[in-house]
Ligand binder design. Structure first.
Ligand code: SAH
Length: 242
């Protein structure tokens, strides 16, 4: 068995998301997924190893952000998928818009190496970066250079804010995937939002088929320049969250 094009198409249709994708992006996403499922047999990169799980928790869960990303940044945009793991949600954002440049950042080299292989032949404007968000945020070439950052299952909200906001230009957006029980993190993120000049501007609820717990795409806008002191050194944001 391997993940089929028909199942993918049917799943997107069932969620009302099929129209958000150019038709020719779908075969490349299926091809990417089949390769990643293969890599996973030897490298153990994702816990979703069954086709149906991969379809639901990686492809579909990422696809819910496609209409939102287009609304937020309709023109050609530079995105970064922070803590991309085996490519999600970044590759889905890259596939859905041929003009969107997506950098796929992860600190674990075996993940970005597998990603490089799976990206071959897709035609997407996607490229991998191996490194830590804290280092990238201090790199003058990357700091305040991005229009959008996506993050799923990377860290608690205050930590994700310290990773992501330094990388965004003023007026850029972070989209952070949250489960309903993570929404309480919003309260603990008020200090980080103030310090880093971010504001929550949208909460987009959605749910995955077969799961009762609602999920939310949390959108944070960057309102002003990030103070020089942030991000702090590697490891500090997660050890001592703002
Ligand atoms: N976004 C993917 C992976 C989530 S696991 C998904 O939803 O499936 C979190 C990933 O973030 C891991 O692969 C980890 O290596 C990476 N990561 C965590 N902290 C990071 C940091 N500070 N800089 C870069 N990558 C980081």
């Amino acid at each position: 068995m391997s993940l089929s094009f028909e199942r993918f198409q049917e799943t997107l249709q069932g969620a009302g998301l099929l129209g958000a994708f150019p038709p020719d992006s779908l075969p490349s996403l299926v091809q990417f997924s089949q390769k990643m499922l293969d890599w996973n047999k030897s490298l153990n990169l994702t816990r979703w190893t069954q086709d149906e799980d991969f379809l639901r928790y990686h492809l579909l869960d990422s696809a819910y952000a496609v209409p939102l990303a287009k609304d937020l940044l309709p023109g050609p945009a530079r995105w970064l998928d922070l803590g991309t793991g085996c490519g999600f949600p970044g590759v889905v954002l890259a596939a859905a818009d041929p003009h969107r440049e997506v950098a796929l950042l992860d600190s674990v080299a075996k993940k970005t190496k597998a990603l490089d292989d799976c990206l071959q032949g897709t035609g997407w404007k996607a490229q991998t970066l191996t490194g830590r968000a804290e280092d990238l945020g201090r790199d003058p070439m990357a700091r305040e250079a991005l229009d959008g950052v996506s993050a799923r299952a990377v860290a608690d909200l205050p930590v994700v804010l310290e990773y992501a906001l330094p990388l965004l230009r003023v007026g850029g957006y972070l989209v952070n995937w949250m489960t309903a029980d993570q929404l309480s993190e919003e309260a603990s993120a008020q200090g980080a939002l103030e310090t880093l000049q971010g504001r929550i501007v949208q909460r987009v609820p959605y749910s995955l088929p077969g799961l009762s717990q609602p999920r939310v795409l949390l959108v944070v806008e960057k309102l002003g320049k990030t103070p020089e002191a942030f991000p702090r050194a590697v490891g500090v944001p997660s050890k001592k969250p703002l």
